[in-house]
Ligand binder design. Structure first.
Ligand code: ZN
Length: 282
């Protein structure tokens, strides 16, 4: 069987208070939100998506920002507030995506039509991961944990999640049927163990890591917002805002264990400022 190739792509950037990704256990969530903090000192972090070229199909992990966030490819407050659905969410995280960097624009550069994507794997439904669904709306399937849809539907999460981001597609919701990961909850996408979606809650209830394993057992771990950078698992740094810190810590401990496994080829956080776009041959 031919090998697996993973393209690490950056679809613009997200701007947050440094405490949001790296605030730690005792951080005040209001402070981490940055809402009442000066804009100076904020971090601009990459927003990644991953294209998996697999012998059984093309799979896209997350979607990044919609073009509507930056219609002209530059910072545009009015456009962001509209696309994010509220001024409050805009205050927590701003985003911009230069021309040519939206996920569909980058796929086109690779010679791939969005309708060729067999499944979009939505690690969770936060804006910087799901706001760009509209760019790939004609993909064949949109896979998300049923737990995440339930979490996103909570009244207390009304600002965090806006259904408009995914309202134009049919979500294919799955329940955990496998027992991998820190909480023994996983889903075997292709029924052959090669793409495992593994629940790593804490940041969001239905958040999953994507573990892509080749025939020799070597694997790549994409853990999205399970941690914001390699240092998150290396130093066990929790984020300033978490749905459940205890779960987040257990998830980070599992990410650490996986990342230190000799069979782990690469372990990637979605927003790690030290990760450049590149291609992994697995
Ligand atoms: Zn994120």
């Amino acid at each position: 069987m031919p090998g697996i190739k993973i393209h690490v792509l950056h679809t613009g950037t997200v701007c947050v208070s440094p405490d949001l990704p790296f605030g730690g256990d005792h951080c005040n969530p209001i402070k981490a939100s940055g809402i009442f903090q000066p804009r100076k000192g904020r971090l601009w972090l990459p927003v990644s998506v991953y294209l998996i070229e697999h012998p059984k199909g093309l799979f896209l992990v997350d979607t990044g920002w919609a073009r509507a966030m930056s219609p002209a490819g530059v910072f545009d407050k009015k456009a962001q507030v509209k696309s994010l659905g509220s001024l409050v969410l805009y205050e927590v995280n701003q985003g911009q995506v230069p021309l040519g960097q939206c996920v569909d624009e980058q796929l086109a550069t690779l010679g791939i039509k969005t309708s060729d994507i067999d499944a979009v794997l939505l690690t969770h439904l936060d804006c910087d991961h799901a706001n760009g669904i509209v760019q790939v709306a004609d993909a064949k399937r949109f896979v998300v944990a049923a737990d995440e849809v339930r979490f996103a539907s909570k009244i207390t999460n009304r600002v965090r999640y806006t259904k408009d981001w995914w309202g134009m597609v049919k979500l294919d919701e799955f329940e955990w049927t496998g027992n991998l990961g820190p909480f023994g909850k996983s889903y075997d996408l292709l029924d052959d163990g090669s793409i495992q979606l593994i629940n790593i809650p804490g940041h969001a209830d239905g958040l999953f890591a994507v573990k892509v394993t080749n025939e020799e057992g070597r694997f790549v771990l994409l853990y999205s917002d399970g941690g914001y950078a390699a240092k998150s698992w290396q130093e066990q740094i929790t984020s300033g805002i978490a749905a459940d810190k205890g779960q987040q810590k257990a998830s980070l401990a599992w990410i650490r264990e996986q990342s230190l496994d000799p069979l782990c080829v690469e372990s990637l956080a979605n927003h790690d400022p030290d990760v450049e776009p590149h291609v992994i041959e697995l």
